[in-house]
Ligand binder design. Structure first.
Ligand SMILES: [Zn+2]
Ligand SMILES: [Zn+2]
Length: 175
């Protein structure tokens, strides 16, 4: 949704405070699309600081489905977003003080709330996702989810080089 900034940039510098409905149904991260399970409206506040400098604060909670790093089972992941950014519209993107603060979401007098939210989801994206702390992962041989039960593969999940060592030991015993 596009938010018109003319009130806050105009003579009166009226602060804009809005609850903005979120449109995204999925989030694409590094080429993979993750379904958005639930989302709240984005609470957004845009205040004037000086000249064409704005303070943008926002809060949002969004739940995304991300596969577990070990067993690939989908994990409901809640992202709590709470941001506060200083944007000087007179500066070009490269001159913005905060490195991650690309102003790709402001075009003239319009703020693209959806794009702003996408940036924030990207910043808040978790680096590690586990369905549970002690997730056992999947068997490298047969693909069995080891949280649900064991499989019949011998000494699964180990580095294949280990089995070479194991064979060497076996041969020793036989001699
Ligand atoms: Zn898992
Ligand atoms: Zn197996």
């Amino acid at each position: 949704m596009l938010l018109n900034l003319s009130d806050v940039l105009g003579e009166q510098h009226k602060t804009i405070e809005r609850e903005i409905p979120v449109e995204m149904d999925s989030f694409v991260h590094e080429g993979t699309s993750y379904p958005v399970l639930s989302k709240e409206p984005l609470s957004l506040k845009v205040e004037h600081i000086k000249n064409r400098e704005l303070l943008i604060t926002g809060k949002n909670r969004i739940t995304v489905e991300i596969p577990c790093d070990r067993c690939l089972e989908p994990v409901k992941t809640e992202l709590m977003l709470d941001f506060c950014k200083n944007v000087d519209l007179d500066m070009s993107d490269g001159e913005q003080p905060e490195e991650l603060d690309e102003t790709n979401y402001i075009d003239g007098y319009e703020l693209d709330a959806e794009q702003l939210l996408r940036n924030e989801v990207l910043i808040g994206w978790p680096t590690k996702i586990l369905c549970r702390d002690d997730c056992k992962g999947i068997c490298n041989v047969c693909g069995q989810n080891l949280n649900r039960g064991t499989c019949n593969c011998e000494d699964t999940g180990l580095d294949p080089r280990m089995s070479v060592i194991r064979d060497v030991f076996k041969n020793f015993k036989e001699v």
